[in-house]
Design a binder for this molecule. Structure first.
Ligand SMILES: [Zn+2]
Length: 232
């Protein structure tokens, strides 16, 4: 009998997700991808590195590319997807009305594209407010992942401010997983671009997925499945 439900989610709809998804398939792992379709190009663009004189967002100079709108279903169709706002609108950088419109617009777009309910949410930049939690509730969202961490995620009283156990690059990932077994749930998250397409980091991530997949105590679940475990 599985003793610990394991969930994972990945943000921003980046091209490096394609390599991550191949690993998830290899280990029969479930995952949820938090997408902001208003920021996606029509066609998937390739990861690149910045060259001299270039400005704009990168992770240590790495630009992971975005999965194109035309490829969303082909890339993510075997997994859950959730709203990460239309264009990554963040609490405090827009009005609450703009925020909730962005949350709902992304959800509607994903539900049309994938033809399934998408009641999950991930807070852009992890910024949460009581007012926007109330708006997400009113609009039927069932959970919202923060960027905070809990030793026992099941003690969460507000599913719209759901913490995870750790980030995938956490130095104590294995210890945190083993410790979470006694609570029955382990949830980790990240961005696939944080591998920087650097082979040792991909190998570390693959080792973690293999470690979980080979543990007879593990049952992979979707993030939405965690909601019923939360103590209300
Ligand atoms: Zn994000």
């Amino acid at each position: 009998m599985p003793k610990v439900k394991v969930a994972t989610c990945w943000d921003d709809g980046v091209t490096t997700d394609i390599r991550l998804i191949a690993l998830l398939h290899k280990y029969n792992a479930k995952a949820t991808f938090n997408l902001n379709p208003g920021s996606a190009p029509q066609f998937t663009d390739s990861p690149t590195w910045k060259t001299a004189g270039e400005n704009g967002w990168s992770r240590f100079g790495f630009r992971p590319g975005k999965v194109g709108l035309r490829d969303l279903k082909a890339v993510y169709g075997d997994f859950c997807v959730a709203s990460h706002n239309w264009r990554h609108e963040t609490v405090g950088r827009c009005t609450d009305q703009e925020f909730i419109k962005a949350a709902v617009d992304a959800r509607k777009f994903l539900e049309d594209t994938f033809q399934k309910p998408c009641p999950g949410f991930a807070w852009p930049c992890g910024v949460v407010s009581p007012e926007t939690i109330a708006l997400l509730h009113e609009n039927g969202f069932q959970y919202g992942r923060t960027c905070k961490y809990s030793e026992d995620i099941t003690t969460c009283e507000e599913p719209l401010a759901l913490n995870s156990n750790c980030h995938f690059l956490d130095d104590n990932f294995y210890e945190k997983f083993q410790n979470a077994k006694k609570y029955g749930a382990f949830y980790f998250w990240g961005h696939s671009y944080e591998t920087l397409n650097y082979e040792p980091l991909w190998q570390q991530l693959e080792y973690k997925l293999a470690y979980l997949a080979n543990d007879p105590d593990v049952e992979w679940v979707d993030v939405i499945d965690l909601v019923s475990l939360l103590h209300k």
